[in-house]
Design a protein around this ligand. Structure first.
Ligand code: LLP
Length: 421
């Protein structure tokens, strides 16, 4: 179980520690719910990507958690950012992300988003539809990738599959070839191709099939248009373990398989090797983060279920409701005690479905205990809401016993500031 927590996690004197800090002292200082990010874990993940693909440009899928401090840290380690809205672009710019490492996405970019991409000198704008090509040219876009939808089914939840026939993203090969011509006619350089097969991938099959299909597509572009991609962006997608039974490839295994397949597939079609871009989000930050909650009401609801209610829930982590995500937990302040039974962890929201963990073994929980949920660094705070008027949690970054606030806690006053009266 400890291996699901950040790399620096340990148990000392019965207490869970991360980055040299007891979670109980962080909860006391910063309140709960609290997202605790471990700097060493994020840097290790970033370096693992760079080591596995030394010649590639690695850009952080900012949507996993748009945060200026994390973007700065990743930029220091040589990473760039994939952004898909004005907001995400704003975060990346505030972090001082070098423009030559910025990739701008979006299946429905507005003119102002296209203009902002141009103003920020982003390395690539990824064209996602035929409709946007003329608007992109008018906005001044000069360098692009074309997003191809190769028709592969990723091994993941259906809401986060993105390269199957009928996806709202990108262009199927027949339209993509038209887009390449149209963009070039409009004066936009098409540097290469992009594909993102899906997120939280468990296996490699869809990613490898997508590489093969891109090679076939590239060969037909060469034959029909005399154009070949100099850049191939394979998106993000590698999953992360959230419960002990999960089996997920390591960064090294996943990236080397992609790198090898790209080289082999391109060779088979006699194509010159392209520059690789990867866009990992979850696999950089999920395991680096854990959420700490205070236990409140403990209620035996039936012979089968005892609920342990926490001071957060679906407003700070909607993934169980959206994707059936599974989580596990430890009592951070009594981390060495033996389990007393199985408990359901529910949130404080006014919905029966606000259950974070259906069943987890814990020592008998008591009001005031701290519940730590590992592997919550991606798509939690970034997808948090104010449901039930609940302010969003704070996030801290820990390193060598020091903690700094990287996202301040919202207050009810913050929420009221948006109101008209
Ligand atoms: N590149 C593109 C174009 C993407 O659309 C995404 C994620 C990424 C990169 C990063 O993918 P990652 O490495 O994080 O899998 N809210 C969902 C995940 C949605 C992912 C959307 N796109 C969740 O909580 O599972």
């Amino acid at each position: 179980m400890l291996d699901l927590f950040p790399d620096t996690a340990s148990i000392a004197d019965g207490e869970l520690r991360v980055g040299g800090r007891r979670l109980s002292s962080l909860a006391e200082e910063f309140g709960t719910p609290l997202l605790v990010y471990c700097e060493a874990t994020i840097r290790a993940r970033a370096r693992a990507y760079r080591a596995a693909a030394p010649d590639a440009l690695i850009v952080y899928g900012t949507k996993a958690f748009p945060n200026v401090a994390l973007l700065r840290l990743l930029a220091e380690d040589g990473l760039g950012a994939d952004v898909s809205t004005l907001g995400e672009l704003g975060f990346a710019r505030r972090a001082g992300m070098p423009p030559e490492r910025l990739v701008v996405h979006g299946n429905n970019k507005g003119d102002s988003e296209l203009q902002a991409a141009v103003e920020s000198n982003a390395a690539f704008v990824v064209l996602d539809s035929l409709e946007e090509i003329v608007r992109a040219a008018t906005a001044g876009v000069r360098r692009s990738l074309i997003r191809v939808t190769p028709g592969v089914e990723a091994d993941t939840h259906e809401s986060i599959r993105t390269a199957h026939v009928g996806s709202k993203f990108g262009l199927p090969p027949d339209d993509a070839i038209v887009a390449i011509s149209a963009a070039r006619t409009a004066g936009i350089e098409v540097a290469g191709l992009h594909v993102h097969v899906g997120s939280d991938l468990r296996g490699l099959d869809a990613s490898l099939a997508a590489v093969d299909r891109l090679a076939v597509f590239s060969a037909s572009c060469r034959d029909e248009l005399g154009w070949i991609p100099q850049v191939v962006d394979l998106g993000g997608g590698l999953g992360t373990r959230t419960v002990a039974e999960d089996d997920v490839l390591s960064i090294e295994e996943y990236v080397s398989a992609l790198v090898e397949r790209l080289a082999a597939s391109w060779d088979r079609h006699g194509l010159p090797q392209p520059r690789l871009v990867l866009e990992p989000g979850r696999s950089l930050v999920a395991a680096a983060g854990c959420t700490v909650y205070h236990v409140g009401v403990v209620k035996p609801a039936s012979e089968e279920v005892t609920y342990v209610a926490i001071d957060g829930g679906m407003s700070d982590n909607p993934r169980p409701q959206l994707y059936g995500a599974r989580h596990t937990a430890l009592l951070a302040n009594r981390a060495k005690e033996r389990p007393a039974g199985r408990f359901a962890i529910c949130g404080k929201h006014c919905e029966e479905g606000d259950v974070l963990i259906g069943e987890v073994e814990l020592p008998q929980p008591r009001r005031g205990d701290l519940l730590a949920v590992p592997s919550t660094g991606a798509y939690t705070l970034g997808m948090a809401s104010n449901y039930n008027g609940v302010p969003r949690p704070a996030a801290v970054l820990v390193r060598d016993g020091e903690a700094s606030v990287i996202r301040r806690r919202e207050s009810v006053e913050d929420l009221l500031a948006y109101e008209s009266g």
